[in-house]
Design a binder for this molecule. Structure first.
Ligand code: ATP
Ligand code: MG
Length: 751
């Protein structure tokens, strides 16, 4: 095994094969790469692949690691278990979950399914969703499960007031519903695996014997349940290698516990600790800036990070008037990067919340920049796709009530809510699953609904009967026809129906692809694959798109050019973190994660005025920008605007929605005029609008680069008319073509 591709410390880590090992290091120091080489090294020394377990944060990371290990150590790697916590747990559960009283064909409920379950519970228990937002209930349940608490245990440690009582009722009902539907949510996947191992010693012993070498990447973001699982599996072998960076712990809000990595030495006093210090990803300007920001956090592990990649370019800063100006600036910079041969696939735009993508998307579309939103409305979240999937789920597991209720009247077959309610009540009375009530209908049901329900059951039964006798793709096609799902959309010809039809066809394509890739493809394994494709994994591998994603989903990735948008106090750091030191530190880590994704170019932007979530706010620049030494940044946008149009004025914005705080410093950024810098809420006007008289109206010619006060930079396409009444047509990167009168438009020629 050739470990020459590693530096001495990395090599040491890849060669330390026995005993607990902690690799702790800053971003881009090759932690993931080292872990990959370590696995390949184990294989090359004859460790059987099935003895190796590696847990990654996303399926994508797992796929990449697997490919890499295969490239290094050959196809033996195929048998090593490399996957996310969730996917590995599913594998364990599929084998033995019957020991917990579940069927092996259990289904996995995602957020949307959970919401359906909660909706029913709220109705049954007569709970007001304004007072108990389902989101909150979900968070309580998830948090409890991550801490391995049952509903009762959770209640015992709650405030035990009326509110907790209600949440407890919801929790209990939720668990009952999932159980009755043979369904597990994502948190259950981990906690049930733990339960299986704890309650069934032979199973535990099997996996302990089997997994002689366990690896965890991004260990700083494990929660208690995940941590417990890892501890349990490795207690005997003690061959555990964890890799992480305390400065990149960003999932505290989802139960991740940074102490897991900080206390690793306490858990394993004999642990070897290896620190990596050389960063291979970013230029020194980027790295220094990120280091300076994170230095403001407390309680960090001591770390050094340096690079040999040279200074590189300064960080480009854009202080924009509003979010549209910000987006236009980003478009313009992307255009320039294209000229410098940075491929779209090496460009990412990172933001704090999903909602920020809308304006960026609009501008990108206009500017003709191809993009993909990572984790937006997922393909599998689209209504028509969820309908097909619900049918498939029901066929595998008739107890899946969420699926059944979703499609019993899709496409419309005259089974109204009243009928469904009657059936539900009847099922409850008789203590039988809803699907059974469909065959054994109550006498009270009149003949028409009886007939419709009968037909529906007929379809499902017919499909169930042929399911195992047909190739998967053929079966799905048959299902689309039999159920009438395709026919409905064929009948109508509007755009939406067309898009739906395309999506359904795309789905059939996905089934086919799955079948081609997996020799032993079954409906169950396909559905499992669908359920486990989380939004973190929706990044298309196609090379020709810029990527838009939240800072959270960017973890572990790297790009030549990174844009971080919306660096405002109130957005990053988020509003909720402003008065909470722990949260503020997590936001700072998030900022650090974002900055360290960049290899060569880092561009950061903020807008004084932003409309988001249908609200307008006036913000200060993020305090994190203030933590970056001025010498590492250049705000050429503000400089250019100031030079040509004078300083921006603030007078017309006396009414503010969010009171802005006084700035903390002026950051010494060249070109940021004191006034412009200090005025919160400026965006449109300028103190000294340049008089535009015919006499000094500039002369333009096609091809000239120009700057417009509102539309930003563009290229002159056409000039018409004489000197005084001339008109120019300009192509703006982000706004498309516009026509102006030269004598009055706020437009100047750029050198
Ligand atoms: P993060 O903290 O963001 O997860 P990381 O520590 O896991 O980062 P990697 O993603 O493994 O870092 O590596 C960062 C980049 O540096 C990758 O492109 C990797 O190939 C490269 N790299 C790491 N070590 C070396 C090395 N010894 N020689 C050359 N390139 C390296
Ligand atoms: Mg990594």
């Amino acid at each position: 095994m050739d470990l020459q591709q590693l530096n001495p410390m990395q090599r040491k880590a890849a060669e330390t094969l026995n005993g607990p090992l902690l690799i702790i290091a800053g971003a881009g120091s090759g932690k993931t790469r080292t872990m990959t080489y370590r696995i390949a090294n184990l294989l090359s020394r004859g460790v059987p692949p099935f003895a190796i377990l590696a847990l990654t944060f996303t399926n994508k990371a797992a796929r990449e690691m697997k490919n890499r290990v295969t490239a290094l150590a050959g196809s033996a790697a195929d048998e090593a278990w490399i996957g996310t916590f969730h996917s590995i747990c599913v594998r364990i559960l599929r084998r033995d979950i019957e020991k917990l009283g579940y069927k092996r064909s259990f289904v996995i409920y995602d957020e949307d399914d959970q919401n359906h379950v909660l909706r029913d519970i709220y109705r049954d228990l007569d709970i007001d969703d304004k007072r108990f937002p389902p989101r909150e209930a979900r968070a309580v349940i998830s948090d409890a499960k991550n801490r391995l608490l049952t509903a009762d245990e959770w209640f015992a440690e709650s405030a035990k007031d009326w509110r907790s009582q209600k949440l407890h009722d919801i929790f209990v009902a939720y668990e009952r519903k999932l159980r009755a539907s043979e369904a597990l949510d994502f948190d259950d996947l981990i906690s049930h695996t733990l339960q299986l191992l704890v309650d069934h010693p032979p199973v535990l012993q099997y996996y302990r014997n089997r997994f002689q070498y366990v690896h965890v990447d991004e260990y700083q973001d494990t929660n208690f349940a995940q941590y417990s699982l890892v501890r349990l599996l490795t207690e005997e072998s003690r061959n555990l290698c964890v890799v992480g960076d305390d400065d990149q712990s960003i999932y505290g809000w989802r139960g991740a516990d940074i102490r897991n990595i900080l206390d690793f030495q306490k858990d394993f006093p004999d642990a070897q600790i290896i620190k990596l210090e050389q960063n291979y990803r970013s230029t020194s300007n980027i790295l220094d800036a990120a280091n300076q920001v994170i230095a403001n956090n407390e309680g960090r592990m001591d770390k050094v990070l340096w690079t040999e990649l040279g200074e590189g370019e300064k960080i480009k800063l854009c202080s924009a008037g509003d979010e549209r100006e910000e987006a236009a600036w980003i478009c313009e910079r992307i255009r320039r990067m294209q000229q410098r041969k940075v491929p779209y696939s090496e460009i990412a735009i990172l933001y704090r919340t999903h909602a920020q993508s809308r304006v960026l998307e609009e501008m990108f579309m206009r500017a003709g920049i191809p993009y993909r939103v990572y984790g937006g409305t997922r393909f599998y979240d689209r209504r028509e796709i969820r309908d097909v999937v619900a049918y498939l789920r029901l066929i595998i597991n008739p107890l899946d009530e969420v699926a059944l209720k979703r499609i019993i009247n899709v496409p419309k077959r005259s089974i109204g809510d009243a009928t469904v309610n009657a059936l539900e009540t009847y099922a409850k009375e008789k203590d039988m699953p809803l699907f059974s009530a469909l065959s054994d209908m109550p006498d009270t049901l009149s003949s028409r609904p009886r007939k419709c329900v009968g037909e529906f059951v007929g379809i499902i039964n017919r499909l169930t009967a042929v399911q195992e006798t047909m190739p998967l793709t053929d079966f799905v096609q048959l299902l689309l026809e039999e159920t009438g799902l395709i026919a409905v959309d064929e009948a109508s010809n509007d755009e939406e129906a067309l898009a739906r039809r395309e999506n359904v066809m795309e789905f059939v394509g996905a089934v086919r692809e799955f079948e081609e890739q997996h020799e032993d493809a079954t409906l169950a394994s396909f559905l499992e694959n669908v359920a486990l494709v989380t939004d973190l994994d929706r990044q298309e591998d196609a090379p020709q798109f810029v990527t838009l994603m939240t800072l959270h989903s960017a973890k572990g990735l790297e790009f030549d050019a990174v844009f971080m948008a919306g660096l405002e106090d109130g957005l990053l750091p988020s509003n909720r973190s402003q008065d909470d030191e722990d949260r503020l530190q997590e936001e700072r880590r998030l900022c650090y994660v974002g900055m360290t994704r960049a290899k060569k170019f880092l561009c950061m932007s903020w807008a004084k005025r932003r409309s988001l979530f249908n609200q307008i706010s006036y913000n200060d620049r993020s305090r994190f920008l203030g933590e970056i030494p001025a010498k590492l940044m250049s705000d050429d946008w503000a400089r250019t605007m100031n030079k040509h149009f004078g300083e921006r004025e603030d007078t017309q914005f006396t009414v503010r929605h969010t009171p802005a705080k006084p700035p903390k410093s002026n950051f010494g950024i060249p070109g940021m005029g004191q006034n412009a810098d200090h005025i919160p809420g400026v965006h449109k006007g300028f103190v000294k609008p340049r008089p535009k008289r015919a006499a000094d109206a500039p002369t333009f010619k096609a091809g000239d680069r120009v700057l417009h006060r509102k539309f930003g930079e563009g290229t002159v396409r056409q000039v018409e008319g004489g000197h005084n009444d001339g008109r120019v047509t300009v192509m703006f990167t982000a706004y498309g073509e516009k026509k102006f009168s030269v004598s009055i438009a706020p437009i100047v020629k750029l050198e």
